[in-house]
Write a protein that binds this ligand. Structure first.
Ligand code: GLC
Length: 486
């Protein structure tokens, strides 16, 4: 370890660099991303209004925040059991799972699973190609598990905005994130899956339950904590669901009880309401995306876009000769070359001042000050993301508190997603900011994964899907034959 005196002079140096930067043109760019508490309150208030529009009988058609009813009316009670298949499409990977719930869900959960890659071309190909691929993965999996002769019920976590008509009828409103397969928007996803399975003709499935990943997260956390009534994802995309009073869900008949609403908050701002806080870099990310003009909020927040925002900002600073002595590199000029995971790595390197292997990987010639600026850029972009999520979550929590006529709301948020889990300061900043913006709400955060590593991730995926499916199946009477639990 270097002697204390050199550590001291090192940190003094960094402090003076920081001071100098604060007054520099670099800071002027960073300021574009810094949102005051007042601004965040406005964002939160606007989302609250848009949520009400999305729930309205006559206003939901044109609402940017879709507020999709999930038809899940209560959290599961943990008594369901049986054998199931599950599919999980919409995050970083596509998974196929076999779940056997033997006893209490929290304790005995036997399963096997397989990850299938979806090549990028397929994400942009035809719907038929995509569903044929899914059916093939399922078939291979069934063979490997010796399950081919059985007709198991299937839970489908499909993490895209869907208008749920029934539990097994779900119309895709639009693709988000990296997907854009033709012939699927406006169609029933369950039907497309079943058709692909029938085209193969080598196996069959039982009843199907469709679910969004936010709902799956809320339900799986609901097993560990009964007061979990919000599910939130901050990963490739971002979104949240929560238990809404039926009397507020004007687009669904009935006044009693609650229903889980998939907000699809990623679409917040699609009517231009966030224009005041979008930077030139956000506009560029949107313009060059495969779905310009949609999912505005998501594009300022989630893992699919954060790295690209950082890259564009670094490029701009370099072109303005504020970084890397004005020398860009071919790699830095290449779209999507700055991966979102680099942000976490850069910000994690606090203790290793000046050591920035990522910059060398991007073929950039950097000095200590450059490394420091890059850290500030990453910090600023990820911090804005965390604070915007906090504003959105505060809108939901405040709304729940007011609709339930409570002085204080005590609730738990089930969370998942790579950005939330992997970024070193994200969760802390989000939680601190929510506390400021929803002071009358006591919010506990529960990550829908107990440990780190693949094994735990897999268990989480299974819990997600299976809990939901079990709940739905309980409703349909397949497993327990008992009265509806949803
Ligand atoms: C996108 C999808 C949404 C999903 C979220 C997180 O925003 O539209 O359905 O929940 O990503 O995966």
């Amino acid at each position: 370890a270097p002697p204390a005196s050199s550590q001291l002079s090192g940190s003094l140096h960094v402090a003076s660099v920081t001071l100098a930067l604060l007054a520099s043109p670099v800071q002027a760019y960073l300021d574009l991303f810094c949102l005051s508490q007042e601004k965040l309150r406005q964002v939160s208030g606007q989302l609250k209004k848009d949520m009400v529009r999305g729930l309205g009988k006559h206003t939901h058609h044109k609402a940017p925040v879709k507020m999709l009813p999930s038809f899940v009316r209560a959290t599961p009670d943990g008594t369901e059991k049986g054998d199931f298949l599950a599919l999980d499409l919409g995050g970083t990977n596509f998974r196929v799972l076999h779940v056997r719930v033997v006893e209490d869900l929290q304790k005995v959960l036997k399963m096997d699973s397989q990850i299938c890659a979806i090549p990028k071309e397929m994400m942009l190909g035809t719907g038929q190609q995509l569903f044929d691929h899914i059916a093939k993965c399922l078939s291979d999996f069934l063979v490997s598990q010796d399950l081919k002769g059985q007709t198991l019920p299937l839970g489908f976590t499909f993490s895209f905005p869907c208008e749920q008509k029934e539990i097994d009828k779900s119309i895709l409103i639009r693709w988000t994130k990296g997907f854009n397969c033709s012939g699927v928007e406006g169609e029933d996803v369950v039907k497309l899956l079943k058709e692909a399975i029938h085209r193969r003709g080598d196996f069959d499935i039982g009843s199907v339950a469709m679910v969004n990943d936010t709902v799956g997260t809320m339900m799986s956390c609901g097993y560990r904590d009964q007061s979990c009534e919000i599910g939130m994802i901050i990963g490739t995309g971002t979104n949240a669901c929560y238990m809404e009073e039926m009397k507020n869900v004007k687009r669904v008949e009935g006044e009693d009880g609650r229903m889980c609403i998939n907000t699809e908050w990623g679409g917040f701002g699609d009517d231009g309401s966030l224009r005041g806080i979008q930077t030139e870099f956000d506009l560029e990310v949107d313009k060059t995306s495969i779905n310009p003009g949609v999912h505005t909020f998501e594009k300022m927040i989630s893992g699919m876009y954060l790295g690209e925002i950082v890259r564009l900002l670094l490029l701009k600073l370099t072109e303005d000769k504020l970084l890397f002595e004005g020398q860009t590199s071919e790699t830095l000029r290449t779209p999507e070359s700055f991966l979102t995971k680099f942000i976490s790595e850069v910000e994690d390197e606090l203790s290793e001042e000046g050591k920035q292997p990522i910059l060398s990987q991007l073929n950039l010639k950097w000095n200590e000050v450059d490394a420091h600026v890059v850290r500030l850029v990453c910090d600023t972009v990820s911090s804005r993301s965390a604070r915007l999520c906090a504003a959105a979550l505060a809108a939901i929590a405040n709304h729940m508190r007011v609709s339930r006529k409570l002085d204080r709301l005590k609730t738990t948020v089930g969370v998942d997603g790579t950005v939330y889990r992997k970024h070193p300061n994200f969760s802390e900043e989000l939680q601190e900011t929510v506390r400021l913006l929803a002071p009358k709400c006591d919010i506990t955060f529960l990550v829908s994964e107990d440990g780190s590593g693949k094994g735990a991730a897999m268990v989480t995926a299974v819990a997600h899907v299976c809990v939901l499916m079990l709940t739905f199946l309980g409703w349909w009477g397949h497993t327990t034959g008992s009265p509806p639990t949803v």
